[in-house]
Design a protein around this ligand. Structure first.
Ligand SMILES: Cc1cc2nc3c(=O)[nH]c(=O)nc-3n(C[C@H](O)[C@H](O)[C@H](O)COP(=O)(O)OP(=O)(O)OC[C@H]3O[C@@H](n4cnc5c(N)ncnc54)[C@H](O)[C@@H]3O)c2cc1C
Length: 340
Protein backbone atom coordinates (compact mmCIF):
# COMPACT_ATOMS: atom_id res chain seq x y z
CA UNK A 1 0.00 0.00 0.00
CA UNK A 2 1.42 3.35 -1.04
CA UNK A 3 1.34 6.60 0.92
CA UNK A 4 -1.91 8.53 0.62
CA UNK A 5 -1.76 11.18 -2.10
CA UNK A 6 -4.25 14.01 -2.48
CA UNK A 7 -5.12 13.10 -6.07
CA UNK A 8 -4.69 9.81 -7.92
CA UNK A 9 -4.74 10.61 -11.62
CA UNK A 10 -5.75 7.71 -13.85
CA UNK A 11 -4.39 8.33 -17.36
CA UNK A 12 -1.29 10.23 -18.47
CA UNK A 13 -2.64 11.58 -21.75
CA UNK A 14 -2.78 15.36 -22.27
CA UNK A 15 -5.58 15.69 -19.71
CA UNK A 16 -3.76 13.67 -17.03
CA UNK A 17 -0.48 15.48 -17.66
CA UNK A 18 -2.08 18.90 -17.33
CA UNK A 19 -3.93 17.72 -14.22
CA UNK A 20 -0.54 16.78 -12.76
CA UNK A 21 0.75 20.28 -13.53
CA UNK A 22 -2.20 21.93 -11.82
CA UNK A 23 -2.07 19.56 -8.85
CA UNK A 24 1.57 20.51 -8.28
CA UNK A 25 0.78 24.20 -8.70
CA UNK A 26 -1.94 23.88 -6.07
CA UNK A 27 0.43 22.04 -3.72
CA UNK A 28 -1.60 18.82 -3.97
CA UNK A 29 0.37 15.58 -3.81
CA UNK A 30 -0.49 13.29 -6.67
CA UNK A 31 0.50 10.34 -8.80
CA UNK A 32 -0.24 9.24 -12.35
CA UNK A 33 -1.09 5.72 -13.48
CA UNK A 34 -1.25 4.70 -17.15
CA UNK A 35 -1.71 1.45 -18.96
CA UNK A 36 0.65 2.48 -21.77
CA UNK A 37 4.42 2.38 -21.40
CA UNK A 38 4.76 6.06 -22.31
CA UNK A 39 2.91 9.24 -21.41
CA UNK A 40 0.85 11.15 -23.98
CA UNK A 41 -2.24 8.98 -24.45
CA UNK A 42 -3.70 9.03 -27.96
CA UNK A 43 -1.10 11.54 -29.18
CA UNK A 44 1.73 9.12 -28.45
CA UNK A 45 -0.06 5.90 -29.35
CA UNK A 46 -2.10 6.94 -32.37
CA UNK A 47 -0.63 9.98 -34.09
CA UNK A 48 2.80 11.04 -32.83
CA UNK A 49 3.90 12.27 -36.27
CA UNK A 50 0.75 14.26 -37.09
CA UNK A 51 0.62 18.02 -36.74
CA UNK A 52 -1.95 19.48 -34.37
CA UNK A 53 -3.16 22.98 -35.26
CA UNK A 54 -5.72 23.73 -32.57
CA UNK A 55 -3.92 24.00 -29.27
CA UNK A 56 -3.43 27.48 -27.90
CA UNK A 57 -0.01 28.99 -28.36
CA UNK A 58 1.14 26.65 -31.12
CA UNK A 59 0.05 27.49 -34.69
CA UNK A 60 1.34 24.04 -35.65
CA UNK A 61 2.99 21.36 -33.52
CA UNK A 62 3.75 17.67 -33.94
CA UNK A 63 1.72 15.58 -31.49
CA UNK A 64 4.90 14.03 -30.07
CA UNK A 65 6.42 17.48 -29.48
CA UNK A 66 3.27 18.65 -27.73
CA UNK A 67 3.50 15.62 -25.44
CA UNK A 68 7.16 16.42 -24.75
CA UNK A 69 6.23 19.93 -23.62
CA UNK A 70 3.23 18.74 -21.63
CA UNK A 71 5.34 16.10 -19.88
CA UNK A 72 8.02 18.66 -19.04
CA UNK A 73 5.37 20.95 -17.58
CA UNK A 74 3.19 18.30 -15.93
CA UNK A 75 5.92 16.17 -14.41
CA UNK A 76 8.09 19.03 -13.10
CA UNK A 77 6.94 18.28 -9.54
CA UNK A 78 8.53 14.81 -9.75
CA UNK A 79 5.32 13.02 -8.80
CA UNK A 80 5.39 9.23 -9.23
CA UNK A 81 4.33 8.05 -12.68
CA UNK A 82 3.32 4.39 -12.85
CA UNK A 83 3.46 3.35 -16.49
CA UNK A 84 2.48 -0.02 -17.94
CA UNK A 85 -0.10 -0.47 -15.17
CA UNK A 86 -3.76 -0.92 -15.91
CA UNK A 87 -6.23 0.25 -13.29
CA UNK A 88 -8.47 -2.68 -12.49
CA UNK A 89 -10.16 -1.92 -9.20
CA UNK A 90 -11.20 0.64 -6.60
CA UNK A 91 -11.90 0.37 -2.87
CA UNK A 92 -13.43 3.14 -0.82
CA UNK A 93 -12.84 3.42 2.94
CA UNK A 94 -13.08 6.28 5.46
CA UNK A 95 -10.42 8.06 7.51
CA UNK A 96 -11.56 10.72 10.00
CA UNK A 97 -14.85 11.00 8.14
CA UNK A 98 -13.09 11.59 4.81
CA UNK A 99 -13.10 9.08 1.96
CA UNK A 100 -9.93 7.27 1.01
CA UNK A 101 -9.91 5.75 -2.47
CA UNK A 102 -7.56 2.86 -3.05
CA UNK A 103 -6.95 2.45 -6.75
CA UNK A 104 -5.84 -1.05 -7.63
CA UNK A 105 -3.67 -1.53 -10.70
CA UNK A 106 -2.14 -4.60 -12.29
CA UNK A 107 1.04 -3.85 -10.32
CA UNK A 108 0.09 -2.04 -7.12
CA UNK A 109 -2.41 -0.35 -4.82
CA UNK A 110 -2.47 3.42 -4.48
CA UNK A 111 -4.39 5.34 -1.87
CA UNK A 112 -5.70 8.83 -2.49
CA UNK A 113 -8.07 11.39 -1.01
CA UNK A 114 -9.59 12.00 -4.44
CA UNK A 115 -9.41 10.32 -7.84
CA UNK A 116 -9.29 12.07 -11.19
CA UNK A 117 -10.18 9.76 -14.06
CA UNK A 118 -8.49 11.06 -17.21
CA UNK A 119 -8.77 7.74 -19.00
CA UNK A 120 -9.61 9.08 -22.47
CA UNK A 121 -11.14 6.37 -24.60
CA UNK A 122 -10.25 3.77 -21.97
CA UNK A 123 -7.26 1.51 -21.77
CA UNK A 124 -6.47 0.75 -25.38
CA UNK A 125 -4.46 -1.94 -27.01
CA UNK A 126 -3.63 -2.30 -30.70
CA UNK A 127 -5.99 -4.64 -32.56
CA UNK A 128 -4.01 -7.73 -33.41
CA UNK A 129 -3.41 -9.32 -36.80
CA UNK A 130 -5.89 -12.13 -37.36
CA UNK A 131 -2.99 -14.55 -37.81
CA UNK A 132 -2.16 -17.47 -35.57
CA UNK A 133 1.14 -16.97 -33.71
CA UNK A 134 1.70 -13.49 -35.20
CA UNK A 135 2.87 -12.24 -31.79
CA UNK A 136 6.05 -14.33 -32.04
CA UNK A 137 7.33 -11.71 -34.52
CA UNK A 138 6.96 -8.79 -32.12
CA UNK A 139 10.44 -7.35 -31.65
CA UNK A 140 11.58 -9.22 -34.78
CA UNK A 141 10.12 -6.91 -37.38
CA UNK A 142 6.44 -6.84 -36.35
CA UNK A 143 5.46 -3.46 -34.92
CA UNK A 144 2.07 -2.87 -33.33
CA UNK A 145 2.89 0.84 -33.01
CA UNK A 146 5.34 3.18 -34.69
CA UNK A 147 7.19 5.22 -32.14
CA UNK A 148 10.37 5.98 -34.05
CA UNK A 149 10.10 6.15 -37.87
CA UNK A 150 13.88 5.87 -38.16
CA UNK A 151 13.63 2.21 -37.11
CA UNK A 152 12.37 1.61 -40.65
CA UNK A 153 15.32 3.27 -42.39
CA UNK A 154 16.34 1.20 -45.41
CA UNK A 155 13.75 -1.50 -44.62
CA UNK A 156 11.13 -3.19 -46.81
CA UNK A 157 7.87 -2.43 -45.05
CA UNK A 158 4.41 -3.96 -45.30
CA UNK A 159 1.58 -1.83 -43.90
CA UNK A 160 -1.73 -3.59 -43.24
CA UNK A 161 -4.92 -1.55 -42.92
CA UNK A 162 -7.11 1.09 -44.52
CA UNK A 163 -7.57 3.73 -41.84
CA UNK A 164 -5.88 7.04 -41.05
CA UNK A 165 -2.87 5.50 -39.31
CA UNK A 166 -2.12 3.10 -42.19
CA UNK A 167 -2.29 5.92 -44.72
CA UNK A 168 -0.35 8.35 -42.54
CA UNK A 169 2.52 5.89 -42.16
CA UNK A 170 2.53 5.08 -45.87
CA UNK A 171 3.15 8.80 -46.44
CA UNK A 172 5.40 9.47 -43.44
CA UNK A 173 7.77 6.57 -44.13
CA UNK A 174 8.47 7.82 -47.65
CA UNK A 175 12.16 8.57 -48.03
CA UNK A 176 12.90 6.52 -44.89
CA UNK A 177 11.82 2.96 -45.76
CA UNK A 178 13.48 1.23 -48.71
CA UNK A 179 10.10 0.13 -50.07
CA UNK A 180 6.49 0.25 -48.91
CA UNK A 181 3.67 -2.13 -49.77
CA UNK A 182 0.26 -1.46 -48.29
CA UNK A 183 -2.49 -4.09 -48.29
CA UNK A 184 -6.14 -3.60 -47.44
CA UNK A 185 -8.88 -6.19 -47.60
CA UNK A 186 -11.29 -3.99 -49.55
CA UNK A 187 -11.16 -0.87 -51.70
CA UNK A 188 -12.99 1.42 -49.27
CA UNK A 189 -10.89 3.38 -46.79
CA UNK A 190 -11.53 5.00 -43.41
CA UNK A 191 -8.88 7.65 -43.93
CA UNK A 192 -8.89 11.34 -44.83
CA UNK A 193 -9.44 11.72 -48.56
CA UNK A 194 -6.42 14.03 -48.85
CA UNK A 195 -4.10 11.32 -47.51
CA UNK A 196 -5.78 8.66 -49.65
CA UNK A 197 -5.12 10.89 -52.68
CA UNK A 198 -1.49 11.30 -51.60
CA UNK A 199 -1.07 7.51 -51.41
CA UNK A 200 -2.68 7.02 -54.82
CA UNK A 201 -0.30 9.63 -56.25
CA UNK A 202 2.72 7.94 -54.61
CA UNK A 203 1.60 4.56 -56.00
CA UNK A 204 1.11 6.02 -59.48
CA UNK A 205 4.63 7.47 -59.28
CA UNK A 206 6.03 4.03 -58.37
CA UNK A 207 7.11 5.19 -54.90
CA UNK A 208 5.02 2.57 -53.13
CA UNK A 209 2.50 -0.14 -53.88
CA UNK A 210 -1.13 -0.08 -52.74
CA UNK A 211 -2.89 -3.43 -53.09
CA UNK A 212 -6.61 -3.47 -52.40
CA UNK A 213 -8.46 -6.76 -51.80
CA UNK A 214 -5.18 -8.23 -50.55
CA UNK A 215 -4.69 -9.63 -47.06
CA UNK A 216 -1.76 -10.92 -45.09
CA UNK A 217 -1.75 -14.71 -44.89
CA UNK A 218 1.60 -15.55 -43.29
CA UNK A 219 4.83 -14.11 -41.99
CA UNK A 220 8.05 -16.07 -42.43
CA UNK A 221 11.70 -15.80 -41.53
CA UNK A 222 14.32 -16.88 -39.03
CA UNK A 223 15.59 -14.59 -36.29
CA UNK A 224 13.64 -11.77 -37.91
CA UNK A 225 10.93 -11.33 -40.53
CA UNK A 226 12.26 -12.14 -44.01
CA UNK A 227 9.11 -12.58 -46.06
CA UNK A 228 5.34 -12.29 -46.08
CA UNK A 229 2.68 -14.14 -48.00
CA UNK A 230 -0.30 -12.11 -49.10
CA UNK A 231 -3.42 -13.26 -50.91
CA UNK A 232 -6.08 -11.66 -53.04
CA UNK A 233 -9.45 -12.30 -51.43
CA UNK A 234 -11.24 -12.07 -54.80
CA UNK A 235 -8.97 -14.03 -57.16
CA UNK A 236 -7.39 -16.21 -54.39
CA UNK A 237 -3.98 -15.47 -55.94
CA UNK A 238 -1.14 -15.82 -53.42
CA UNK A 239 2.22 -14.01 -53.56
CA UNK A 240 5.29 -14.18 -51.35
CA UNK A 241 7.27 -10.97 -51.01
CA UNK A 242 10.66 -10.32 -49.38
CA UNK A 243 9.93 -8.10 -46.36
CA UNK A 244 11.74 -6.82 -43.25
CA UNK A 245 8.94 -5.23 -41.28
CA UNK A 246 5.18 -5.57 -40.90
CA UNK A 247 3.13 -2.72 -39.44
CA UNK A 248 -0.49 -3.70 -38.77
CA UNK A 249 -2.58 -0.55 -38.39
CA UNK A 250 -5.92 -2.13 -37.64
CA UNK A 251 -7.04 0.31 -35.01
CA UNK A 252 -7.25 -0.02 -31.28
CA UNK A 253 -9.54 -1.94 -29.00
CA UNK A 254 -10.46 0.27 -26.09
CA UNK A 255 -12.43 -0.48 -23.02
CA UNK A 256 -13.42 1.31 -19.84
CA UNK A 257 -12.86 -2.06 -18.21
CA UNK A 258 -13.12 -2.12 -14.44
CA UNK A 259 -13.89 1.62 -14.26
CA UNK A 260 -17.35 0.83 -15.64
CA UNK A 261 -18.08 -1.22 -12.53
CA UNK A 262 -17.40 1.43 -9.88
CA UNK A 263 -20.98 2.67 -9.66
CA UNK A 264 -20.25 5.77 -11.72
CA UNK A 265 -22.98 7.32 -13.80
CA UNK A 266 -21.97 6.22 -17.30
CA UNK A 267 -23.63 7.18 -20.56
CA UNK A 268 -22.54 5.53 -23.82
CA UNK A 269 -19.17 4.58 -22.34
CA UNK A 270 -18.48 8.07 -20.95
CA UNK A 271 -18.59 9.27 -17.36
CA UNK A 272 -21.18 11.93 -16.59
CA UNK A 273 -19.78 14.91 -14.69
CA UNK A 274 -21.05 18.16 -13.22
CA UNK A 275 -19.66 21.60 -14.12
CA UNK A 276 -17.08 20.93 -11.38
CA UNK A 277 -16.02 17.78 -13.26
CA UNK A 278 -17.29 15.79 -10.30
CA UNK A 279 -18.87 12.39 -10.93
CA UNK A 280 -21.86 11.05 -8.99
CA UNK A 281 -19.37 9.71 -6.38
CA UNK A 282 -18.14 12.62 -4.22
CA UNK A 283 -14.35 12.75 -4.43
CA UNK A 284 -14.12 11.12 -7.84
CA UNK A 285 -13.64 13.54 -10.72
CA UNK A 286 -13.34 12.90 -14.45
CA UNK A 287 -11.96 15.04 -17.28
CA UNK A 288 -10.95 14.82 -20.91
CA UNK A 289 -12.35 12.44 -23.52
CA UNK A 290 -13.77 10.12 -20.88
CA UNK A 291 -15.99 12.79 -19.29
CA UNK A 292 -19.31 13.93 -20.69
CA UNK A 293 -21.79 16.75 -20.09
CA UNK A 294 -24.14 18.73 -22.35
CA UNK A 295 -22.11 20.50 -25.01
CA UNK A 296 -19.00 18.35 -24.56
CA UNK A 297 -16.22 18.58 -27.16
CA UNK A 298 -13.53 15.89 -27.22
CA UNK A 299 -10.41 17.93 -27.84
CA UNK A 300 -7.03 18.48 -26.26
CA UNK A 301 -7.99 22.10 -25.50
CA UNK A 302 -11.16 21.14 -23.65
CA UNK A 303 -9.47 18.23 -21.85
CA UNK A 304 -6.80 20.46 -20.35
CA UNK A 305 -9.39 23.05 -19.31
CA UNK A 306 -11.43 20.33 -17.63
CA UNK A 307 -8.29 19.05 -15.88
CA UNK A 308 -7.78 22.53 -14.46
CA UNK A 309 -11.38 22.71 -13.22
CA UNK A 310 -11.27 19.19 -11.78
CA UNK A 311 -8.02 19.69 -9.88
CA UNK A 312 -9.06 22.99 -8.33
CA UNK A 313 -12.33 21.45 -7.15
CA UNK A 314 -10.51 18.35 -5.88
CA UNK A 315 -8.22 20.60 -3.83
CA UNK A 316 -11.27 22.34 -2.37
CA UNK A 317 -12.96 18.96 -1.76
CA UNK A 318 -9.98 17.77 0.31
CA UNK A 319 -9.69 21.06 2.18
CA UNK A 320 -12.84 23.20 2.05
CA UNK A 321 -10.78 26.14 3.38
CA UNK A 322 -8.67 26.07 0.21
CA UNK A 323 -9.89 28.50 -2.44
CA UNK A 324 -11.26 27.05 -5.65
CA UNK A 325 -9.69 29.88 -7.67
CA UNK A 326 -6.03 29.05 -8.15
CA UNK A 327 -4.84 32.63 -8.67
CA UNK A 328 -2.59 33.61 -11.55
CA UNK A 329 0.55 31.59 -12.19
CA UNK A 330 2.18 34.75 -13.56
CA UNK A 331 2.26 36.17 -10.04
CA UNK A 332 3.22 33.10 -8.06
CA UNK A 333 6.30 32.85 -5.87
CA UNK A 334 6.28 29.13 -6.69
CA UNK A 335 7.46 30.06 -10.16
CA UNK A 336 9.91 32.66 -8.94
CA UNK A 337 7.49 35.56 -9.41
CA UNK A 338 7.40 38.26 -6.78
CA UNK A 339 3.94 39.59 -6.16
CA UNK A 340 2.08 36.80 -4.31
C1 LIG B 1 -5.86 10.50 -35.15
C2 LIG B 1 -6.30 11.54 -34.13
C3 LIG B 1 -6.03 12.88 -34.34
C4 LIG B 1 -6.46 13.83 -33.41
N1 LIG B 1 -6.18 15.16 -33.64
C5 LIG B 1 -6.57 16.09 -32.75
C6 LIG B 1 -6.32 17.48 -32.99
O1 LIG B 1 -5.78 17.87 -34.01
N2 LIG B 1 -6.71 18.36 -32.01
C7 LIG B 1 -7.33 17.98 -30.86
O2 LIG B 1 -7.64 18.82 -30.02
N3 LIG B 1 -7.59 16.66 -30.62
C8 LIG B 1 -7.24 15.71 -31.54
N4 LIG B 1 -7.52 14.39 -31.31
C9 LIG B 1 -8.24 14.06 -30.06
C10 LIG B 1 -7.29 14.08 -28.87
O3 LIG B 1 -6.18 13.23 -29.10
C11 LIG B 1 -8.04 13.65 -27.61
O4 LIG B 1 -9.10 14.56 -27.39
C12 LIG B 1 -7.08 13.64 -26.41
O5 LIG B 1 -6.05 12.70 -26.59
C13 LIG B 1 -7.84 13.34 -25.12
O6 LIG B 1 -6.90 13.33 -24.08
P1 LIG B 1 -7.15 12.49 -22.74
O7 LIG B 1 -5.94 12.68 -21.92
O8 LIG B 1 -8.48 12.85 -22.19
O9 LIG B 1 -7.27 10.98 -23.23
P2 LIG B 1 -6.19 10.02 -23.94
O10 LIG B 1 -5.28 10.77 -24.83
O11 LIG B 1 -7.01 8.91 -24.52
O12 LIG B 1 -5.34 9.46 -22.72
C14 LIG B 1 -5.95 8.63 -21.76
C15 LIG B 1 -4.91 7.75 -21.12
O13 LIG B 1 -5.54 6.99 -20.08
C16 LIG B 1 -5.01 5.70 -20.06
N5 LIG B 1 -5.98 4.77 -19.46
C17 LIG B 1 -7.27 4.59 -19.80
N6 LIG B 1 -7.84 3.66 -19.03
C18 LIG B 1 -6.88 3.24 -18.16
C19 LIG B 1 -6.84 2.26 -17.14
N7 LIG B 1 -7.88 1.52 -16.82
N8 LIG B 1 -5.66 2.08 -16.47
C20 LIG B 1 -4.56 2.83 -16.78
N9 LIG B 1 -4.56 3.75 -17.75
C21 LIG B 1 -5.69 3.95 -18.43
C22 LIG B 1 -4.75 5.37 -21.53
O14 LIG B 1 -3.72 4.38 -21.65
C23 LIG B 1 -4.29 6.73 -22.08
O15 LIG B 1 -2.90 6.88 -22.08
C24 LIG B 1 -7.14 13.43 -32.22
C25 LIG B 1 -7.38 12.07 -31.99
C26 LIG B 1 -6.99 11.13 -32.93
C27 LIG B 1 -7.27 9.66 -32.67
Amino acid sequence: MSDVKDITIIGAGPTGLFAAFYAGMRGASHRLIDNLDQVGGQLTALYPEKYVFDVAGFPKILAKDLVKGMAEQGLQWKAPVHLGEKVIGLRQTQENGQPIFTVVSTAGEYAGRTVLIAGGIGAFTPRKLPLKDADQWLGKGLYDRVLNPQEFAGKRVLIVGGGDSAFDWAVNLQGIAKSIVMVHRRDGFRAHQATVNQVHALSAAGKMELRTFWELRAIGGGQRIEQVTIFNNKTKEEVTLGMDCVIPQLGFVSALGAIAEWGLDIEKGEIKVSQMMETNIPGIFAAGDIATYPGKLKLIATGVAEACIAVNHAVHFINPAAKIEPGHSSGMALFGQKDD
